[in-house]
Design a protein. Sequence first.
Length: 255
Amino acid sequence: MPMKILMLTWEYPPRIVGGIARVVNDLSKRLIKDGHEVTVVTYREENALYFEEDKGVKVYRVDNYMINPNNFIDWIMQMNFNMVAKANEIMAKEGKFDVIHAHDWLVAYAAKTLKNSYDIPIVATIHATESGRNSGIHDETQRYINDTEWMLTYESTEVIVNSNYMKRELQSLFGLPFEKINVVPNGININMFSGIERDYDFRRQYALDNEKIILFMGRLVYEKGVQHLISAMPKILAGYHDAKLVIAGKGRYDR
């Protein structure tokens, strides 16, 4: 049965901070193909349009307040107020949504407010946790974010994660029921790579023809786990002398 879905996310193309923008973009368009109606409410950055229809997905962008917040947490809270205002405006014209899909703690307060105001269930995707990003909780800001993550998972009817590792992490951190957490791995549209020929000259910049390449692609930050791959390389090379690790990504890794 087709549903009216409200996606809440702090990033959506052309605003790309991390992986959430890409996930929400691809997921929204896939849901449209499956016959659902998808509306995205997100943050507006620079000259992005306040409204556009992107391959069937209705995308609304909100500004933050003109006054400067004291800190990042206040900035997020101000954004959540404006997301609620925009969602109210949309529903006044087009009726209620069937479900709210909230992406990470950054939109938790908007999702909870809309849930309580309109009796709309929340499905939350937890892309990462504050504890996982920082190997634990070490200060009051991290504690606040961790508690907000707990609140979002508590308020949600269903919680989505992309791996069994994340499922175990949420169960350990928040005590969620096993059956409430759904593992939906991130997918790859292999059709995007159809018809692409191998560029051997490019490959030879990094490895000999006989060498096997292990390729890491992602932001060079602790939570992406590249440190585990690096530490595993001596064991890999002990068994596969013709292996080579190639790391590609932006960021600064200083741990």
